[in-house]
Design a protein around this ligand. Structure first.
Ligand code: DQA
Length: 143
C-alpha cells in the first residue's frame, strides 16, 4: 500500500507560524513521526509540500501515475479557494482524507467553505498533528 502525504501553503512553517493555533512542532517533526507510524504498519509513504496551487495539482496527477492508493491531504488555505485542486482529486479518484490541524469549524467564516470536503472520503479537523496519523489509519484500516 502506497500513501502520499500532501501539504499545502505555509505548512512548511509549522512551529513558527501561529503556534497558538498550529502548535510548536515543525514540519520535519510531522514527517519523521508519520514515517515512523507508517513503518510500523508496513506502509510505503511519501511526502510533498508546496506553497503553489499548480504544483499541488501536478502532485495529485502524478499520484495517479505512481499508483498511489491513498492521499492524506492538508490543502491549507487552498481548501477554501481551489476548484482546480478539487477537480484534480476528482480526476484521479484516489481516496483522500482531508486533514486540518486546527478546528476550522470554529474559526473565521471564510474557512467554513471547503471545496475538498465533498471529494474527500473523510475530513479530520482540530486534532492537531495527530490528525495525520488518524487519516493514515483511516485509509489503511478504515478506522
Ligand atoms: C489549516 C486551516 C486553513 O484554514 C489554513 O489556511 C491553514 C491550515 C489547518 O491545518 O488547520 O493553512 O488547513
Amino acid at each position: 500500500m502506497k500513501i502520499l502525504v500532501l501539504n499545502g501553503p505555509n505548512i512548511n512553517m509549522l512551529g513558527i507560524r501561529e503556534p497558538g493555533i498550529y502548535g510548536s512542532r515543525s514540519y520535519e517533526y510531522l514527517v519523521e513521526t508519520l514515517k515512523k507510524h507508517a513503518d510500523e504498519k508496513g506502509i510505503e509513504i511519501s511526502f510533498y509540500q508546496s506553497n503553489h496551487e499548480g504544483a499541488l495539482v501536478d502532485a495529485i496527477q502524478q499520484a495517479y501515475f505512481d499508483k498511489i492508493d491513498g492521499i492524506v491531504f492538508n490543502p491549507a488555505a487552498y481548501t477554501h479557494t481551489s476548484i482546480a485542486i478539487a477537480d484534480a482529486l476528482k480526476a484521479v479518484g484516489i481516496p483522500t482524507v482531508e486533514v486540518h490541524i486546527s478546528d476550522v469549524s470554529s474559526r473565521e467564516e471564510f474557512r467554513q467553505i471547503s471545496y475538498v470536503r465533498d471529494v474527500a472520503v473523510k475530513t479530520i479537523s482540530g486534532k492537531g498533528l495527530d490528525g495525520y496519523a488518524l487519516a493514515l489509519d483511516y485509509l489503511t484500516d478504515g478506522e
